[in-house]
Design a protein around this ligand. Structure first.
Ligand code: MTE
Ligand code: HPA
Ligand code: MOS
Length: 767
């Protein structure tokens, strides 16, 4: 594929966005990640010894040669765990170190602690483990046949599908498959742990969930949570892969620190990380779709098999979100969707941007594409006929409100001249034998909130120091998504002071406790709202000082550009002077606020409720060119109308759209996870696992914000943006498929993602 000249059209910004506050140190290579932390003298290094058998009884493990190696300090196994050998978050089904049996290739069995990483790695090669091999399950279908599940299946029901199918003009049934996806965060998993006095520990972890690390470490070390402090400065990417799966490494290092009373560093190298950690869940699905004569979807029935891997991890919550998004942006009056979390002998699969939602959306988009090809109409005809309207009911009982999906669709259609593009593509295809183009439209409707209602809360701790500078602590973890920049904006705007006065502190469990992970795209909403509340309380106190001194109504007092104003008149009091007065009057300059999302609820016994604070909407038009001799493809353009609400930082939000889009295109087109039948990961290096690079991004990406009134449930009306854009990438699959259809009329629609060049080629020449 030739190098393309990529243009990312700058979207018009009314006000210049605050630049990401990390960009200066990022660019200079000065940003601190776990591996950059200054370690204590004598720090030991750990390497995980893992299983090279996907399912079996551990007959014997001989550590003697490894232990004899000079510089090896200790090898820890399940026998050494001081508390519980259990790290399961939702379901306690996952040992930290294998006990008696192994359930996936790459499962930790022991931890080699040595004076250096190279010694520990050398020791690992000297360990001899013998297994009695047991049958290996690698696919969800095999697991279902054998009755191997994580938990009971879940089902969402609306209306009556059986009655509805009986009255449908068109009914089609089929199958789909979407594969997993490797997170490939640039910073691999890792932690550094220091033992402190009195059996306390400080854990520096690359985690999205500091409280999760603290909670599980306390369980495994057999000590109370208050003895463990977890600190996170930032992550070099998480993408969901560090919501639950940052925990084991931090806990192993903590256990070693506890046993050896020495600081310990454990960082997975890329190969260990690829082999030992879970990925996006593959899904195998069967669907049945029914439409009326006027192409309204009347009934949709699906059975989804989620390949959960060998332990629950977050699979049950992810399966639930798949059901929430199984009808994507469409109103379907009769739905029956069932998901099975299938237990297999793969590393436990986990959260990945979209959290099961993308997998659900792929199925209904596939079903629509199938119907379109059977009926000889455009996919867009069916999509457009079924878009959600105000007050439509989702299968989970929430009533759609402030719906912007038609608005985004119509705006995209108009601004990007969809019909003209479709006609041009048709004309191009008529005149071109071996190069074909395809266009597809991908609407998205994504629910914002943790689907588990009780997780939707956060806190902020704000100190105004006596010189007028401010320290802000929240539960938010910066993983590249720019949340710290948004938090800084909130504090700066609240007090109308300059940026340099505010520092966003590390995320630390002793300053902000009992936090939910930074996930579900809700980090800025939850933590930003808490921060707003804390700033408002402090602001009230500060204004009150002025009101009392000048005997004026507090409503007449305001802060503007570092200065106090009374009745719109600039006073003699500067920001610093005001803080000085507050100190002299012994006014508290610290505030802690708690925010819990109002309104939301969900009843799992009925599978009905109002789980989401709001939905994010948008529409993408994807155009591709396929080389029909080679099966290769390029993306000519992706044009998006996205509902940001009132974006508080368009620069950062556009970055999220672009990154999410490319990650979605990667999942749908080129990233191919592959396991051998014996459970060994074959795509175990970047030479065998292809992620999008600069040559695979679309030649043109244009993003236009949709004009909307915004939504008060979003912080400053600025809607969550982290996950939704990944799903625009689903359009890439169908754009390529449409190009294949243009080349090969005999092509039988197959919905098996990713659409790699090999599959494109097979489709082009299918007879
Ligand atoms: N963007 C970057 N650069 N790095 C990341 O790890 N994670 C994504 C998304 N965007 C991620 C990212 C995921 S999975 C989520 S849930 C959200 O960011 C989390 O951050 P937010 O809640 O602040 O949107
Ligand atoms: N999204 C992301 N992470 C989560 C969720 C969710 O809905 N629920 C639990 N963890
Ligand atoms: Mo994101 S998958 O909710 O970490």
């Amino acid at each position: 594929m030739k190098a393309n000249t990529q243009k990312i059209k700058p979207t018009k910004q009314t006000k210049k966005s605050l630049q990401n506050i990390d960009s200066y140190t990022h660019l200079r290579g000065e940003s601190i990640y776990v591996d950059d932390v200054n370690v204590r003298q004598g720090t030991l290094h750990a390497v995980v010894f893992d299983s090279n058998c996907a399912h079996g009884k551990i007959k014997s493990v001989d550590y003697s040669k490894a232990l004899a190696l000079d510089g090896v300090v200790r090898i820890l196994t399940s026998d050494d765990v001081t508390g519980e050998n259990q790290i399961g978050g939702i379901i306690p089904d996952e040992p930290l170190f294998a006990e008696g049996e192994v359930h996936f290739w790459g499962q930790p069995i022991g931890l080699i602690v040595a004076e250096s990483i190279s010694i520990a790695k050398k020791a690992r090669k000297l360990i001899i483990a013998e297994f009695e091999e047991l049958p290996v399950i690698t696919t969800a279908k095999q697991a279902k046949e054998k009755g191997s599940f994580i938990n009971a299946p879940r089902s969402f029901n609306l209306g009556n599908v059986n009655e509805a199918f009986a009255n449908c003009e068109y009914v089609f049934e089929g199958e789909t498959f979407s594969n997993g996806q490797e997170h490939l965060y640039i910073e691999s998993q890792g932690a550094y742990v220091e033992p402190l006095e009195n059996g306390n520990f400080r854990i520096v972890s690359s985690t999205q969930g500091p409280t999760q690390v603290q909670r599980i470490a306390a369980r495994v070390l057999g000590i109370p949570m208050h003895k463990i402090e977890v600190d996170v400065t930032r992550l070099g990417g998480g993408f969901g892969g560090k919501e639950d799966q940052a925990t084991p490494w931090a806990v192993m290092a903590a256990l070693a620190a506890q046993i050896l009373n020495q600081s310990v560093k454990l960082i997975l190298d890329r190969h260990d990380d690829l082999r030992m950690t879970g990925k996006r869940h593959p899904y195998e699905t069967t669907y049945k779709i029914g439409l009326s004569k006027d192409l309204k979807i009347q009934a949709f029935e699906i059975e989804l098999l989620q390949n959960s891997g060998a332990a629950a991890d977050l699979s049950p919550a992810i399966a639930e979100r798949t059901l929430f998004h199984a009808t994507n942006s469409y109103y379907v009056p009769n739905v029956k969707s069932t998901v099975y979390s299938c237990k297999t002998n793969l590393p436990p699969n986990t959260a990945f941007r979209g959290f099961g939602g993308p997998q659900g959306m792929f199925v209904i988009e596939s079903a629509i594409a199938r119907v379109a090809s059977e009926l000889g109409v455009l996919n867009t005809t069916i999509q457009e006929a079924n878009l959600l309207k105000e007050n439509d009911e989702f299968s989970y009982g929430q009533i759609a409100q402030k719906v912007e999906i038609r608005n985004s669709w119509n705006t995209a259609k108009e601004k990007f001249e969809l019909e003209k593009v479709q006609n041009e593509v048709a004309v191009f295809n008529e005149n071109s034998a071996n190069i074909k183009k395809g266009v597809a439209v991908m609407p998205i409707t994504f629910g914002i909130s943790f689907t588990n209602t009780q997780m939707n809360h956060a806190r902020a701790l704000v100190h105004i120091y006596q010189d007028g500078s401010i320290g802000v602590s929240t539960a938010a973890v910066e993983m590249g998504q720019g949340v710290n920049t948004k938090l800084l904006q909130i504090a700066v705007d609240s007090f109308s002071i300059e940026n340099h006065r505010v520092k966003i502190e590390s995320t630390n469990t002793t300053r902000v406790a009992n936090t939910s992970p930074s996930a579900a795209s809700a980090t800025a909403d939850l933590n930003g709202k808490a921060l707003l509340m804390a700033c408002d309380s402090l602001l009230f106190r500060l204004k009150n000082i002025v009101a009392e001194e000048y005997k004026v109504d507090i409503k007449t007092v305001s802060l503007r550009d570092e200065w106090v104003y009374i009745n719109d008149q600039k006073s003699t009091i500067s920001w610093e002077h005001l803080i000085f007065k507050a100190m002299a009057l012994r006014v508290a300059l610290t505030e802690n606020a708690h925010y819990a999302t109002p309104v939301i609820h969900f009843d799992k016994t009925k599978e009905k409720g109002h789980p989401f604070a709001y939905h994010v909407y948008g529409t993408a038009i994807v155009t591709t060119t396929v080389d029909c001799l080679r099966g290769t493809y390029e993306f000519d353009s992706v044009k998006i109308i996205h509902d940001f609400g009132k974006s508080m930082n368009l620069g950062i939000d556009l970055g999220q759209i672009e990154g999410g889009l490319i990650q979605g295109i990667g999942w749908m087109t080129m990233e191919e996870i592959s396991y051998a039948a014996n459970g060994k990961l074959l795509s175990n290096a970047l030479s065998t696992y292809k992620v999008p690079d600069v040559y695979s991004v679309p030649k043109e990406v244009e993003v236009i914000p949709l004009e909307t009134p915004g939504n008060d449930m979003a912080v400053l009306k600025s809607k969550a943006v982290g996950e939704p854009p990944l799903m625009y990438g689903i359009g890439a699959y169908f754009a390529i498929q449409n190009a294949i259809r243009a080349f090969n009329p005999k092509y039988k629609m197959r919905f098996h993602a990713p659409m790699t060049p090999e599959k494109v080629l097979m489709g082009l020449y299918q007879k």
